[in-house]
Design a protein around this ligand. Sequence first.
Ligand code: IPE
Ligand code: IPE
Ligand code: MG
Length: 247
Amino acid sequence: MALFTHKQAGQAVSLPRHVAVIMDGNGRWAQRRALPRTAGHKAGAETFRTIATYCKDLGLDYLTVYAFSTENWKRPQAEVDAIMGLLDQYLHESIEKMARDQIRLKFFGDTTVLSPKLQKLIAETDEITKHITGFQANICLNYGGRDEIVRAARQFARECVEGKCSPDELTETKFPNYLWSAGIPDPELLIRPGGEMRVSNYLLWQIAYSEIYVTDTLWPDFGKEELDKALAWYQTRDRRFGGLSAK
Ligand code: IPE
Ligand code: IPE
Ligand code: MG
């Protein structure tokens, strides 16, 4: 499938700078193989590694993935524990690899409620990869879109009370500075494997005008070719932003 790069200006729509993914379908992938759901999460973590490296190689700037939502705590304790254990293991294995592959890792969401061990790993990952420029993968962990917006509003209100700003200064340009994604362009493309036609509290502010690609392929089966397909589909889109045809 032919993809247009950033450099091929003037040809259809160029590649997105930022792709967001709802990494869904791990449980079903495992169930179909008569494996425990945890096996699906493990396979999903591998897919993340492959896709992050591929996004970087394609020349994208940002990949933002949904790894654990503020609602996922409702799952059985054993599954939550298993996911946290896998994250721990995954970060241990990945820090050096990501640094070697020149991938900056950042975390969106309230990580202060995670285990001290996981928090330490997250801080180390941040420290080791923070000098990397060029490609950044954002991992949404204990992340919720509504939670992010409420936190942003709370922070702005706090600054107003402290006399640093006034309510009338808040604009659509300024508000995103209070989000986890401050400074990062909105994703042009949102991909949801697993076939569900919903956004499940993901990046509610940022996806206002994202193109949404839903595929029945489950996340652990989502390989480079699947990403190529999604990007090629994106490049056929007429992004109007409420105006008339952009083409
Ligand atoms: C997504 O896969 C991973 C997390 C939510 C942590 P699921 O575990 O939701 O997989 P399905 O949707 O049950 O197949
Ligand atoms: C969304 O998937 C959250 C993540 C992929 C981390 P869910 O499986 O939790 O979403 P719902 O429950 O199907 O909406
Ligand atoms: Mg799911």
